[in-house]
Design a protein around this ligand. Structure first.
Ligand code: PEP
Length: 258
């Protein structure tokens, strides 16, 4: 089954509104040929403050907008939080949930990630649910257990219809922002395992679910990762902050062909 390649840039807590608009505009103007020729899907995830202006700037273009987080209630007395419903209103189509930085710095559990993913779907948006093992877990031979735990809890109560709207991002914690990318074999092994486990949970729908790789993705390693049968896209942090790098990542097929 063919799955449309999905390339996502996570800008984390970077970029003023003016900088975000500049980056979004350059990306929009530079990727049109790749989107047309290769049918890839491109998404950028600016910080909350830039979501609305960036979504406006990208209106009618081939680049979609994601938020980096959300709260699970639609509204209420939750000072400082932003709901998925509000994100839909400002033009988001995706929301990243369970990023390892949120798990690490904000103590997000799999149960909270599950609430957020369900809230995203209820708001008519698509969750990009992040999972991944730490270096210690990998070294202890616990990678598979960790991934199973995150998926079982994070997707608790999901139906095949909900899964169809969901993207999974495999991001080994030891590869995020470290410059240490997983080898293509390590990525494919983890992705195949994830797809197999999801299949046991939710059946045939999983053949159409996209599984992204994240962790030190750069222009030079994208084509190799994307050539793996179970790698359907990438979630890019650091390299998505520079238009030139992100555009090269989106055009990975041109690099592979040259
Ligand atoms: C990320 O933030 O999801 C990420 C993968 O970061 P980096 O590409 O910088 O490793």
């Amino acid at each position: 089954m063919s799955r449309r390649p999905l390339l996502v840039g996570n800008w984390k807590m970077h970029k003023t509104v003016a900088e975000a608009l500049e980056l979004a505009t350059t990306i929009k103007n530079s990727i049109a040929p790749a989107v047309r020729a290769d049918g890839v899907e491109v998404v950028v995830a600016p910080p909350y403050t830039a979501l609305h202006p960036v979504a406006k700037r990208l209106e009618g273009s081939t680049v979609a907008v994601a938020a980096q987080n959300c709260y699970w209630e639609p509204q209420g007395a939750f000072t400082g939080e932003i709901s998925a419903t509000m994100l839909a209103e400002v033009g988001c189509t995706y929301v990243i949930v369970g990023h390892s930085e949120r798990r690490q710095h904000f103590h997000e559990t799999d149960a909270l990630v599950n609430l957020k993913a369900k809230a995203v779907l209820k708001a008519g948006l698509r969750p990009i649910l992040c999972i991944g093992e730490t270096a210690a877990e990998r070294d202890a031979g616990e990678m598979r257990n960790r991934l199973v735990g995150q998926l079982a809890e994070g997707l608790f109560g999901f139906t095949p219809e909900m899964m169809e709207q969901t993207v999974i991002a495999y991001e080994p914690v030891w590869a995020i922002g470290t410059g240490r990318v997983a080898t293509t074999e390590q990525a494919q092994e983890a992705h195949r395992f994830i797809r197999g486990y999801l299949h046991s949970l939710l059946g045939e729908v999983v053949k159409s679910v996209r599984i992204l790789y994240g962790g030190s993705v750069k222009p030079g390693n994208t084509a190799g990762l994307m050539a793996q049968p179970d790698v359907d896209g990438v979630l890019v942090g650091g390299a998505s902050l520079k238009a030139e790098d992100f555009v090269q990542i989106v055009r990975y097929n041109e690099a592979a062909a040259s």
